[in-house]
Unconditional design. Structure first.
Lengths: 507, 464
């Protein structure tokens, strides 16, 4: 069958799943006075449309920052402004200053969901399709299956089309960045990535691998000649794109500072709510959030984050390769997620995107990770009454991965890219032959735990004394899984030698 | 979870397709549902709360029971599961009751009953000979047929959005067709008889069954030239067939015969007072007839041939279900539609009798009966096009000529279902699913027959 027909069908399936999920409830539906992320996005349309640019990030009588103040970079604000113009055309009541607070209606929901779909269709989905088409060394059928699995990833669908956010824009731009940089269109790639950072500051999780990869490329080309030229061009591109995005806010120093204060709220503490990272899990045993002073917390998270991602990044500078770049994206983002400051559970999507990109290389581990990442969002999804879509999309994703990649047949050491590692370990421990089997058992335990916890959270009531028991358990279990993955991905990166890359690829 | 491990372990593509479409159906649960939802809730209430003698008389709600008794018993069985979801839906007085639990139960019941449809598709795939066309899985006729049937756009939106129980009914029909292909005629006849007593719309295709079974089953042998051999008539077979039909009918209508309610049941089943066309016109011949009548009356009024006082005020397009007269062209009676239908199916019936071509000929005749009844029948719903589309799918994966006709039929038939979903949130769904099915059917059938087409034309053989 010709490729384009199949790819169109895959995209149509992805769009159908997205739209049917969007028929469900959204974050904060019918819950005054604060509502949720949906109301936040509507509010930003109201603010950006009715107020001059100078007032967008400042507290004023018209713009109460306590009620969903803007806390994303300017590109989000411009996007909201664009949506607001369309909203004005359809029904000005949706964005009327002050009076439209908490506005909820079927028509408005349709409008908001459509904006997400259009943004997705324009930015994220073409990037995914192009990425899968550009994959090397795999058959057309596998490329299309890869696209199907990526487009069916439940986490992104549920957060964007259920809870309501615009992650597909920033992730899409980041993916364009990855594409550009992998295909040696470095300037376009870095431009796309700068747009991603300027849409959501969380994309900074991906910035180090980009920086290291591009730096490594410059070194490889020789710092005395082409490399230096490339470095300068990249620097100019980055600076130019930032200036363009932040132009209205560079006029006064106070503007820039205020925006930065909104983007990086260091006053808010090590973590908020329940999130599947180290600090929240550690907090169960020892209340570090309350014990340690704020600046110590900052320094601690900074140190841990950078210590955990340093090895991979240094290797990427010394040996820049497209594959290494993708794996480093995963491990960096995961390090940030686990150890960084003020992490939200939705930030796991920043790790999921690079994992989707390596789905064709290590299908078994990637599918496992993506299932755990969706599971870690469970408390949030349950709060938004998205249980049915979550279960259905997770099952659909699982079936798609199993049939496309036959993942249960790809659990040998060779397939898991752990061959060189286990050979090294066997030099000291000759009996270390059980790695593959151990990983399979761990997978089984992990899946059973996730299913059990989901059933428990849905059917049982938590005990009186521990009302957050199930959320904490979900976070804790997810965190353990993520730590395992952090170790795994770092092992792959560090033990990925040149001889490993020259081995015959098994598809 | 067990199903998942099975699918995962064997890598069985059929299970993956069936599971995939089931998951899609689960995602369609929160979509718009039509008044048919209330119809079935009402029937759950009637069969649960009232004694049998009241079933066909109950008229608290406008949606009275108008399906044959087996369907009523089916609703009765369902109602015993329904009471664990929400007891309130079983109250006859709770008109338009649609709590979230009711919705969940009803939607899941449709999804669950589709198991029969999945089984029937599985059996139909066995009847398709796996030609050596392409070793690629996605190019095998079995795979294409499975997708065309399991992921059929019309069935998805009529059953899982609009809300009806066509899935398992078509399952019964496809299963009876499969049994006829497998030469298990008695089973096929039995299944069809049962189907008739579930939903009597399948009377549209009963002539095909009747003639085929009579000609190819009751006459056990043919002369060498294919014509009928009268002395091979088998009384045993005729009587056993008659017995099967009689027993099924007795089981279904027996209780109502005993209660002397047969006329009432039949008046509910065949409501000829409802008018030539449904509220939404089915795209059949009478729609054209009505349009022509309207055009002529407008012209007539303009040219002063007609007296405005003689024109009836009721309009056929008002969306109401009622009887009324045509203005210029002669009015159409139920008898007239019956005669037109009979004339339309006569050629195919003749062929089935005089030149039987085995089960494939029967399937062709069945499709033609369904189409003719759709075109000329009385008070046809546009959903009835599925009666022709689904059997045609079986033909489409075996011959290139059938495939091209199928593509035209299915694309227009599915497009004609669009007015069923008129709400804004469902607009993207119907467009996306329609595109999905149309692109898949065109591209897969084109690929399937591209090879055989080039091979055959190279050999210079005429195919039809």
């Amino acid at each position: 069958m010709e490729k384009w027909y199949l790819m169109t069908i895959v995209v149509l399936i992805g769009l159908t799943v997205r739209w049917t999920v969007s028929l469900n409830s959204y974050s904060g539906a019918g819950k005054p006075p604060m509502f949720g992320d949906y109301e936040a996005q509507r509010h930003w349309q109201e603010i950006t449309f009715n107020l001059p640019v100078k007032q967008w990030y400042f507290n004023s009588s018209d713009n109460n920052l306590q009620y969903w103040g803007l806390d994303y970079p300017p590109l989000t604000a411009y996007h909201s402004l664009l949506c607001a113009y369309v909203a004005k055309f359809i029904n000005p009541d949706w964005i009327a200053l002050h009076t439209s607070r908490g506005y909820e209606s079927q028509a408005h929901k349709l409008f908001m969901r459509t904006t997400v779909l259009i943004a997705d269709l324009l930015i994220y989905i073409p990037a995914v399709v192009l990425y899968c088409c550009c994959l090397k060394d795999i058959s057309t059928k596998k490329k299309i299956a890869n696209a199907l699995c990526i487009l069916l990833y439940p986490g992104l669908i549920l957060i964007d089309y259920g809870h309501f956010q615009y992650n597909s824009v920033s992730l899409g731009f980041a993916l364009w960045g990855v594409l550009g940089v992998s295909c040696d269109w470095d300037l376009l790639g870095s431009l796309a990535f700068c747009l991603a950072i300027n849409y959501k500051q969380m994309e900074l999780y991906h910035s180090l691998p980009f920086f290291c990869f591009l730096l490594g490329k410059c070194f490889k080309k020789g710092l005395k000649g082409k490399g230096f030229v490339l470095l300068v061009k990249l620097a100019c591109t980055v600076v130019a794109s930032f200036v363009l995005c932040w132009l209205p806010f560079f006029t006064e120093r106070e503007q820039t500072l205020q925006v930065l204060r909104r983007l990086f709220p260091v006053d808010r503490g090590l973590f908020e709510d329940k999130v599947a990272n180290i600090w929240c899990s550690f907090n169960v045993f020892l209340k570090i959030r309350d014990i340690l002073p704020r600046h110590i917390q900052l320094i601690m998270s900074f140190c841990f984050t950078f210590l955990s991602l340093l090895p991979a990044c240094i290797k990427l500078i010394l040996q820049p390769s497209s594959k290494g770049f993708k794996f480093t994206l995963v491990s960096c983002a995961l390090s940030f997620f686990l150890f960084s400051f003020q992490v939200h559970e939705k930030s796991i999507l920043l790790v999921s995107l690079p994992v989707c990109l390596v789905l064709s290389e290590i299908p078994f581990m990637s599918t496992w990770f993506l299932l755990v990442s969706t599971f870690s969002l469970l408390p949030l999804l349950l709060k938004d009454e998205l249980l049915m879509p979550s279960v259905v999309t997770t099952m659909a994703f699982f079936i798609a991965c199993v049939t496309s990649f036959s993942i249960f047949e790809k659990t040998s050491e060779e397939e898991l890219r752990l061959k060189s590692f286990s050979i090294s370990v066997r030099k000291y421990l000759p009996c270390f032959t059980f790695l593959s089997r151990m990983i399979q058992y761990l997978f089984l335990i992990s899946v059973i735990t996730m299913v059990l916890l989901t059933l428990m959270t849905v059917t049982l009531d938590p005990p009186q004394k521990l009302p957050d028991l199930f959320s904490v358990l979900v976070c804790f279990v997810s965190c353990l899984n993520f730590l395992f993955f952090l170790v795994y991905f770092n092992i792959i990166i560090m033990w990925d030698s040149k001889s490993g890359r020259n081995q015959k690829k098994i598809t | 979870m067990a199903a998942l491990t099975i699918a995962a372990g064997t890598g069985n593509w059929f299970s993956a397709l069936a599971l995939g479409v089931t998951l899609l159906k689960c995602l369609l649960i929160p979509t718009y549902h039509s008044t048919d939802f209330e119809v079935h809730r009402n029937w759950l209430a009637i069969t649960h709360s009232l004694p049998i003698s009241q079933w066909y008389y109950e008229a608290t709600s406008e949606w009275t029971l108008d399906y044959p008794p087996f369907f009523a018993w089916f609703e009765y069985i369902l109602s015993h599961v329904a009471k664990y979801f929400d007891q309130e839906m079983l109250n006859v007085r709770n008109l338009n009751y649609s709590s979230s639990r009711t919705l969940l139960f009803q939607r899941f019941s449709v999804i669950f009953m589709d198991v029969l449809f999945v089984y029937a598709v599985h059996e139909c795939c066995k009847c398709i000979d796996g030609k050596k066309v392409g070793k690629e899985l996605t190019e095998k006729p079995k795979f294409i047929l499975s997708v065309l049937l399991l992921w059929n756009f019309g069935l998805l939106i009529v059953d899982h959005i609009h809300f009806q129980y066509n899935g398992f009914l078509f399952g019964l029909m496809l299963l009876s067709i499969a049994r006829l292909f497998q030469k298990r005629h008695m089973e096929g006849a039995f299944l069809f008889a049962v189907l008739l007593h579930f939903k009597h719309i399948y009377l549209y295709v009963a002539p095909a069954y009747g003639v085929y079974l009579l000609r190819s089953y009751c006459f056990t042998a043919n002369k060498p030239d294919g014509s009928i051999r009268w002395n091979s008539f088998s009384f045993v077979r005729v009587i056993s067939l008659g017995l099967v039909v009689f027993l099924v009918s007795a089981l279904s209508l027996g209780p109502f015969l005993a209660l002397n309610q047969l006329p009432q049941v039949f008046s509910r089943l065949f409501p000829f007072k409802r008018g030539l066309c449904h509220a939404y016109w089915a795209p059949n011949f009478w729609a054209l007839y009505n349009a022509l009548d309207k055009v002529l009356s407008v012209i007539g009024l303009k040219l002063k041939f007609l007296d405005p006082n003689n024109i009836p005020k009721a309009s056929m397009t008002s969306g109401l279900v009622q009887q009324f007269q045509h203005t210029v062209l002669p009015s159409v009676t139920p008898l007239a539609t019956l005669i037109c239908t009979l004339i339309a199916i006569l050629p195919s019936i003749f062929c089935l009798w005089f030149k039987p071509q085995g089960p494939r000929g029967f399937l062709r005749c069945l499709t033609l009966c369904a189409l003719s009844s759709f075109m000329f029948g009385w008070h046809v719903h546009e959903k009835a096009i599925l009666l022709a589309v689904l059997p045609m799918s079986l033909l489409s994966v075996q011959k290139a000529g059938d495939a091209s006709i199928f593509l035209i039929l299915t694309t227009t038939g599915h497009y004609s279902l669009f007015p069923l979903l008129f709400t804004a949130p469902e607009l993207p769904i119907k467009i996306l699913l329609m595109l999905l099915f149309t692109i898949y059917s065109i591209s897969s059938l084109k690929t399937l027959f591209r090879q055989s087409f080039t091979v055959v034309t190279q050999a210079g053989v005429q195919w039809h």
